[in-house]
Write a protein that binds this ligand. Structure first.
Ligand SMILES: [Zn+2]
Length: 313
């Protein structure tokens, strides 16, 4: 991370805890005046102990008072429950996701269709697009960012032009556009969100995964290029998504029996939907080919009858 970002982060009273592909990054704000100590996004449940330790260190022993989520994928809010157990925190989620959290609707929250795991957590308030939230010494704008997830929000600080992007913009990749996997619209929304980010003209982007970056024009161009290819051939998106979501599942489990993994794929609704979109009639065969593709590309290693994800670059 460059020295330029360190100065911006210090002025904004924030620290970025860079994580990996299973756990999203945390952006941590110390308490400042009326603004409570806050973490934006909490990583995956599997890493919750580590997330707690990192936060305790980042806050220098002070209590965490608030949790905000950019969206409710399991790698962004999987630590919420553990943080609520450790501290008396107020938890705020995107307004559009509020009812689903209150009811703990695992279909609407995507955990059942994606076969992902996220411990239930309580919610105290919402983040409303168009409003502001005080974090550290400054006000941040809350902006709607549909596409990857229909309910997602961005946080933008206009003085320093710093953007907490969640999964709406990464430096070198484009996140899976989930609505398109279930034949809902997501490509157009993704394009509109990239346009919004371009209009904001951020100087720094804190992505959900990867290090904070400055070359926003290049990241936008890369994302648009990938999006155009997916729009031209939605099956290409489905193939990419199937591989990405299977890698995520392997990272969740660490290692899994190959036969069990094949069974899991054919029973997981999002994978069934992707197979349908790809015109695969024999679901078991498709599942096997999907696994073999990852093994063949060196992303997954076979150890006896078990499969292990290789460390990601
Ligand atoms: Zn996400």
């Amino acid at each position: 991370m460059s020295g330029g970002f360190a100065a911006t982060a210090a002025a904004l009273g924030l620290q970025v805890l860079q994580r990996d592909w299973l756990s999203a990054n945390q952006t941590v704000f110390a308490a400042c005046g009326d603004a409570p100590s806050t973490v934006v996004d909490t990583g995956h449940a599997r890493h919750a102990e580590h997330t707690l330790a990192l936060l305790e260190h980042a806050l220098g022993g002070a209590a965490l008072q608030q949790v905000l989520n950019t969206h409710l994928h399991s790698d962004h809010c999987g630590g919420n429950a553990a943080l609520q157990a450790r501290w008396r925190v107020q938890t705020r989620v995107p307004a559009a996701s509020h009812a689903a959290v209150v009811q703990w609707d695992e279909d609407r929250l995507s955990y059942r269709p994606s076969g992902q795991h996220c411990p239930r957590f309580a919610v105290d308030g919402v983040l409303v697009p168009g409003s502001r939230v005080r974090l550290g010494p400054t006000d941040w704008q809350v902006l709607a960012a549909p596409g990857h997830d229909p309910d997602a929000i961005l946080l933008f600080e206009p003085q320093s032009r710093t953007l907490i992007a969640g999964d709406a913009l990464w430096q070198n990749r484009l996140a899976v556009i989930f609505p398109e996997l279930v034949e809902a619209s997501g490509f157009a929304e993704t394009r509109a969100t990239l346009e919004l980010i371009e209009r904001l003209a951020p100087r720094w982007v804190i992505p959900g995964h990867g290090e904070p970056f400055e070359d926003v024009a290049e990241a936008l161009a890369g994302s648009r290029g990938r999006l155009s290819a997916f729009e031209a051939d939605p099956r290409r998106h489905a193939r990419h998504a199937a591989r990405a979501l299977l890698m995520f599942h392997l990272m969740e489990l660490g290692a899994v029996d190959a036969t069990e993994l094949q069974r899991w794929i054919v029973q997981t609704p999002l994978f069934v939907a992707m197979a349908r979109q790809l015109g695969a009639n024999d679901l078991s065969r498709w599942a096997l080919d999907l696994i073999e593709g990852l093994v063949g590309d060196g992303l997954v290693r076979r150890v006896g009858t078990r499969l292990q994800p290789m460390p990601s670059p």
